[in-house]
Design a protein around this ligand. Structure first.
Ligand SMILES: [Zn+2]
Length: 310
């Protein structure tokens, strides 16, 4: 497995005052749109002799989600039939969200109280063929989400939803995909509802920055790289939906940030196609994934919460 250099993350959210934590109720005003972005070289912060990541994560009094429903928005062209932009790539991501539900990995998130360790996957999806072009801005990503919700194809606006904009590898995100981050999440009032959404770009665009390996356990390096970033953004959306009013450390790092790009001690499989978890697939059977660890409420990174495997 490629060893990444760990640099301290640029803190995109530290300008938010901890004292500005919002009430847990919904619709309490439009949050400022400051996406929480994942640096490709993010973290990990220093772990002490007890394995506790420093500084520890704490609760800031704001919203924490219960069981999130994941909505997939496929942006660009996911049926190019080559590289990573294939229906096979989409199937990997669908299977991953399906397999996360109540997994011993996602149970790490259940340690935060109201989060349950459960994940719903909406079978309703939305396809957007370049309505905002192939060079997106943060605002354009929000427009994609707004249009997807307005279409009605994803059902009514879902306050418990996390809407993922997933781009094909010919699409860039101009605020820094591949150079400053691999994904981000935020929340905004859309259709009168507090909507949580995330951007995760196709890692095939920049494997050296946004994928941990060059082949991947499913033979699709770009998408195999994306699933780890999707896990990261989903976990953070779950425990800190309005950054940073939920769970974050004193520097603004959320749970996913503090274990980013670490995969535990026991990845298996051949070089460049390693995996650290096996999850059930939609059509039966299972798939292997290499997914970054996640932080529990006691500020320790785990890959499996049932066995407490770090
Ligand atoms: Zn993050």
């Amino acid at each position: 497995m490629k060893i990444k250099r760990y640099l301290l993350a640029t803190c995109f959210v530290c300008l938010l005052s901890a004292g500005a934590a919002r009430a847990a109720s919904e619709g309490s005003g439009a949050p400022t749109i400051i996406p929480h972005k994942t640096n490709p070289n993010e973290d990990a912060l220093t772990a002490g002799s007890t394995g506790v990541m420093s500084p520890p994560i704490t609760y800031h009094g704001g919203l924490v989600m219960g069981t999130p429903t994941v909505y997939l928005i496929w942006y660009g062209n996911w049926n190019q039939g080559n590289g990573s932009d294939t229906s096979g790539g989409q199937a990997i991501i669908r299977d991953f969200i399906y397999g996360l539900n109540n997994s011993s990995y996602y149970q790490i998130n259940a340690s935060y109280g109201t989060a349950t360790g459960m994940v719903n996957r909406s079978s309703a999806e939305y396809v957007d063929h370049y309505s905002q072009g192939s060079r997106l801005t943060d605002t354009a990503v929000q427009t994609v989400v707004r249009n997807a919700i307005a279409s009605g194809k994803l059902g009514p606006p879902d306050v418990n939803g996390v809407y993922f904009v997933l781009t094909s590898s010919d699409v860039s995100e101009r605020s820094g995909f591949c150079t400053k981050y691999c994904g981000w999440h935020t929340a905004s009032t859309i259709a009168g509802t507090n909507i949580k959404y995330a951007f995760v770009g196709n890692a095939n665009r920049c494997l050296s920055a946004c994928a941990a390996q060059t082949v991947g356990p499913n033979g699709n390096a770009g998408v195999d790289g994306m699933v780890s970033v999707i896990a990261h953004e989903l976990e953070e959306s779950n425990t800190d939906p309005d950054p940073v009013s939920g769970w974050a450390d004193s520097r603004g790092a959320e749970n996913g940030d503090k274990c980013a790009w670490t995969f535990g001690a026991n990845p298996q499989g051949p070089a460049n196609a390693q995996y650290n978890m096996t999850l059930p697939a939609i059509s039966g059977g299972s798939r292997n994934y290499l997914v970054q660890r996640n932080l529990d409420v006691n500020s320790k990174c785990y890959v499996d919460y049932a066995t407490k495997q770090q």
